[in-house]
Design a protein around this ligand. Structure first.
Ligand code: ATP
Ligand code: MG
Length: 162
């Protein structure tokens, strides 16, 4: 079982230097009593690190990034929000494809391979969740993912039989 607050702390530790270098503040808003979820800890850390790295990479200096966790009936919802360059409507559908990078000077300057979001989507889908993006060009982007709090029936059978 995984406590998402613990995951966030580890992820923050990973990206803090990068954020500091750009004087970007990272805010966290997570309920104290957030329930533990049954998911792969290392994979979830990777999701946070990748999303935070993107948020920092595509946000100008002195920007702001926030992590908002909400406890819903059947799932935990996490949003990672930045006030960076944003992603245009046409590009939004392609953003989770392997090797896709928005073709702009800002992106090319930022480097990377365009694999981060494809990996994240694979992890989230594989854990029975979903991820989506809201963005406005020039204003920022918010990536929101949901993970189920309970295992699905078929996952459960697998574990019982193990
Ligand atoms: P990698 O993650 O492999 O180092 P990358 O960051 O370019 O490279 P992805 O994380 O898959 O690749 O992101 C794909 C593209 O989506 C990015 O190149 C960028 O154009 C766009 N993008 C991702 N996150 C953001 C964001 N928070 N704000 C603006 N654009 C973004
Ligand atoms: Mg990336």
């Amino acid at each position: 079982d995984v406590n998402i607050k613990e995951i966030i702390e580890i992820a923050l530790h990973n990206v803090q230097k990068y954020a500091n270098d750009k004087s970007i503040k990272i805010m966290v808003n997570c309920p104290e009593d957030v329930p533990v979820i049954r998911t792969d800890k290392d994979k979830l850390i990777r999701v946070f690190v990748n999303l935070l790295t993107n948020a920092i990479k595509f946000t100008p200096e002195e920007g702001e990034v926030s992590i908002i966790v909400e406890d819903h009936d059947n799932h935990l919802q996490t949003s990672i929000k930045d006030n960076g360059i944003g992603i245009s409507r046409e590009k939004r559908d392609k953003i989770f494809d392997k090797f896709y990078q928005v073709d702009s000077t800002a992106t090319r300057k930022a480097g990377g391979t365009g694999l981060g979001l494809a990996i994240i989507k694979g992890i989230i889908d594989g854990q029975g969740g979903n991820i989506y993006l809201e963005s406005e060009t020039g204003k920022g982007s918010t990536f929101t993912f949901r993970l189920p709090k309970e295992l699905k029936e078929d996952d459960f059978t697998e574990i019982e039989g193990a």
